[in-house]
Each structure stands twice: as structure tokens, then as C-alpha cells.
Design a protein around this ligand. Structure first.
Ligand code: 5GP
Ligand code: ZN
Length: 112
């Protein structure tokens, strides 16, 4: 989707500070970090949000869940971390390409 900000990041049309990439997932630093560590984990395929998941996305979502603690460890978040998925305008979602916020490293973690 050419009008989607995160699809444009996946396609390299908008630069990002990448932390991890494989054939299905991309992880990059949030442009406006709310904690010492603030990463965004996204599927490379466009999915608007949790409300738009299909049964065939189950493996992909499981892969994201398993990646999160590995990323946290790599980032040195040895005492724990926070994950947030905002869904829909009422849930605070601003970018409508499914993403998981991974936050940590601050004494008082915010909500995003
Ligand atoms: P949401 O509110 O949709 O859950 O979160 C969207 C997040 O994307 C926000 O934390 C915001 O700072 C981040 N963001 C918005 N535009 C960009 C961008 O161009 N690059 C990066 N790296 N992050 C962005
Ligand atoms: Zn997209």
C-alpha cells in the first residue's frame, strides 16, 4: 500500500533505524521514543490492525510474539519490558499498519 507510512518504510522509500529484519518482519526504532528503548515490530505485509487479522495470519502473529523477548534481551532489558498494540482510533492507533510497541529501560514506562 503506497499510501501507508509503514509499507513505505518496508519498501525503503522512507528511512528507518532498523534493528531486525527477516523475510516477514521488520523492527525499527520509533521516531519519537517514549522510553529509553522504543521499538516498533511490524509484519512486512500490510495489515491494518488486530481487527483485520485472518486465520492465516496466526503463524505470523506467533512469530512476532516469540521475537519480542529476544529483542528485549538484545536491547539489554533484563528486568522486563512493555508491549502495546493500539487498535483503531478509539484505541489510540495512529498508523494503520499493525505494529507492536516494545518499550523498556525507563523507571516509569508510559502508555503509547
Ligand atoms: P500508534 O499510535 O499507531 O500505536 O503508534 C505509531 C507510532 O509510530 C508512534 O509511536 C510514532 O512515534 C511512530 N511513528 C510515526 N511516524 C513514524 C516514522 O516515520 N518513523 C518511525 N520510525 N516511527 C514513526
Ligand atoms: Zn502498510
Amino acid at each position: 500500500m503506497s499510501d501507508c507510512l509503514f509499507c513505505r518504510i518496508v519498501e525503503g522509500q522512507i528511512p528507518s533505524d532498523k534493528v531486525y529484519e527477516d523475510e516477514e518482519l521488520l523492527v525499527f526504532k520509533d521516531i519519537a521514543p517514549k522510553a529509553e528503548v522504543h521499538l516498533l515490530v511490524i509484519p512486512k505485509i500490510h495489515i491494518d490492525g488486530l481487527n483485520n487479522l485472518l486465520p492465516e495470519d496466526q503463524q505470523l502473529m506467533g512469530k512476532i510474539m516469540l521475537l519480542l523477548p529476544k529483542l528485549a534481551e538484545q536491547q539489554g532489558l533484563d528486568t522486563g519490558f512493555r508491549t502495546i498494540i493500539n487498535t483503531g482510533k478509539g484505541g489510540g492507533q495512529e498508523v494503520f499498519h499493525l505494529h507492536v510497541h516494545l518499550l523498556g529501560g525507563s523507571k516509569r514506562l508510559p502508555f503509547c
